[in-house]
Write a protein that binds this ligand. Sequence first.
Ligand SMILES: NC(=O)c1ccc[n+]([C@@H]2O[C@H](COP(=O)([O-])OP(=O)(O)OC[C@H]3O[C@@H](n4cnc5c(N)ncnc54)[C@H](OP(=O)(O)O)[C@@H]3O)[C@@H](O)[C@H]2O)c1
Length: 96
Amino acid sequence: MSSISRGIVVTGANGFVGKNLRNFLHKNKIKVLGISRKNFRKHVSEVKITSTNLLEPKLQTKLKNYDALIHLIGIGRQSSKSTFEEINLNLTKKCN
Ligand SMILES: NC(=O)c1ccc[n+]([C@@H]2O[C@H](COP(=O)([O-])OP(=O)(O)OC[C@H]3O[C@@H](n4cnc5c(N)ncnc54)[C@H](OP(=O)(O)O)[C@@H]3O)[C@@H](O)[C@H]2O)c1
């Protein structure tokens, strides 16, 4: 953990895994930038921004200030608006 100096970006930061990961990183004194479409739950104070659009230029610039990005956006069930291909595959590719 000591090699992480600038912090970690977490997408899907309000999800089940993301929330637990943020808490873990926070406890280990690692700066977290959480990304979510919603506001973050109150018990986490270290989150700096919320955003839906991962390709936003301003957000892309911010991401360069971090050591790594952990991508946790995903769906386990498809709907007509959100398909596995669109979210789990194409959105993940866009994050690279
Ligand atoms: N939970 C497990 O036991 C488990 C086990 C193995 C693998 N995984 C994988 O780990 C990842 C996270 O799982 P999880 O359990 O934390 O899922 P989750 O609680 O459903 O959280 C998924 C996150 O994805 C985001 N998301 C969904 N659709 C989106 C969209 N169209 N645009 C932007 N963000 C979107 C949601 O963001 P918002 O907060 O903005 O709604 C949510 O925070 C998934 O890929 C899952 O397959 C989970």
